[in-house]
Design a protein around this ligand. Structure first.
Ligand code: SF4
Ligand code: SF4
Length: 388
């Protein structure tokens, strides 16, 4: 088997090592093979033909969380995410994994599987941690209905099944600014992010084309999942058509959109008590979209925030990483948990479903920032501002 990568992308690395402190797998292991520089060196050796794609090579690639924390740290502008995505696509996930990603394209199946798992959890028949599931899947979801055509609210697959209250909070906040919310058709499903993360490029492309078709027109596409937002913004480069580039240009993270309309947002409800939250910046918001600052602005009228002291290191969730590499993911999460403990905050805000589920499984109270804001403003009922 051969590996083909862009020669200019590979050559851009000057092996300075400045990225190493920003790599969660290197920080957790101290192993050069699990650093960005080590991984690029391994890619170069294989591409040059002198080294096989053997087990150590595959291990070095599969232990990368694809958090892209190394990219903003790199003075040479090495497009590490592109190199790793191409490598993973050529390593190719095995058949069963591909079939699971195809199921994500059918929301009714995702919901049915979630419901079965939710019942199984209550009967103590489901190993939630091993399957990467939230501790308590919902049996029911609150209603979510379209209210206009001003902005699309992307709903996705797993998040709509597991965290529908986040979509409801996002919709109520958008509507409070005087804008109506359009929703993708019921049959629209996954954006392709999980398939792309695992190197299933053909399935990711199919999902991208279907997602583009589900939200036509010129209205902004607001996304409340950092990973999905990064994927939708990536369609322009991945599909490389004018239509895909126009689509990606319409995609905006929900906190960014709301802060652009903050003069129309309601104040905190009477009697609201401000809580302090530690902000966990999802990698796909901070390193990929560069849009993490807006969460602080959105929350300012409703809550106090405290910053973590780990410079935005990944929490270890990484799509299906915590299922594929549970021990390494746990080592990475342990560092995040220590940073949260040092912050002194009782609860965390995170704008990505994978991160919030993974941190909750370690006993952390986690809320989406839009849920905190909408609850404080009295737009939805909930316990986000009171604690559990
Ligand atoms: S993407 Fe993340 S885990 Fe992978 S090499 Fe870069 S910093 Fe390390
Ligand atoms: S990826 Fe960038 S920061 Fe890391 S070793 Fe190469 S040039 Fe240096």
């Amino acid at each position: 088997m051969t590996l083909t990568l862009d020669g200019d992308d590979l050559a851009a690395c000057v092996s300075c090592g400045l990225c190493l402190p920003h790599c969660p797998t290197f920080r957790a292991t101290g192993d050069e093979a699990r650093s960005p520089r080590g991984r690029i060196t391994a890619m170069r050796l294989v591409v040059a033909g002198g080294s096989p794609m053997d087990a150590p090579f595959v291990d070095a690639m599969e232990t990368c969380i694809q958090c892209r924390g190394c990219e903003p740290a790199c003075p040479s502008g090495v497009p590490f995410g592109r190199l790793m995505a191409s490598t993973r696509a050529q390593l190719a996930p095995h058949g069963i994994r591909r079939r699971v990603y195809r199921l994500l394209a059918v929301p009714a199946l995702v919901r049915a599987a979630s419901l079965v798992a939710a019942v199984g959890q209550r009967l103590r028949l489901v190993p939630s941690d091993r399957l990467g599931l939230p501790r308590r899947l919902p049996l029911r979801r609150p209603a979510l209905a379209a209210s206009g055509t001003d902005v699309w609210l992307f709903t996705g697959c797993v998040m709509d099944a597991w965290q529908r209250p986040v979509h409801v909070a996002a919709a109520r906040l958008i509507e409070s600014t005087g804008n109506g919310v359009a929703l993708p058709p019921r049959g629209a499903g996954c954006c392709g992010a999980l398939a792309d993360h695992a190197g299933a490029a053909d399935e990711a492309r199919r999902r991208a084309l279907a997602t583009m078709a589900a939200m036509p027109g010129d209205a902004p596409i607001v996304v409340d999942s950092a990973g999905c937002g990064a994927m939708l913004q990536h369609y322009g480069e991945a599909i490389a058509t004018d239509a895909a580039r126009r689509f990606s240009a319409r995609v905006v993270d929900v906190s960014t959109w709301l802060t652009e309309h903050r003069d129309q947002l309601p104040p905190a409800r009477p009697g609201h008590v401000r809580r302090t939250f530690a902000v966990q910046d999802p990698c796909h918001l901070r390193h990929v979209q560069g849009a993490h600052g807006a969460v602080r602005t959105l929350l300012a009228p409703y809550a106090d925030v405290t910053e973590l002291d780990d410079d935005g290191l990944c929490c270890g969730a990484g799509g299906a990483f915590s299922i594929d590499q549970p021990e390494l993911a746990d080592q990475v999460r342990t560092r995040k948990l220590a940073s949260i403990a040092r912050s002194g905050a009782q609860a965390v805000v995170s704008a990505n479903p994978g991160c919030s589920v993974y941190l909750e499984r370690a006993g952390i109270e986690v809320h989406h920032p839009v849920v905190v804001a909408a609850t404080a403003a009295g737009l939805v009922e909930g316990d986000a501002t009171r604690g559990r």
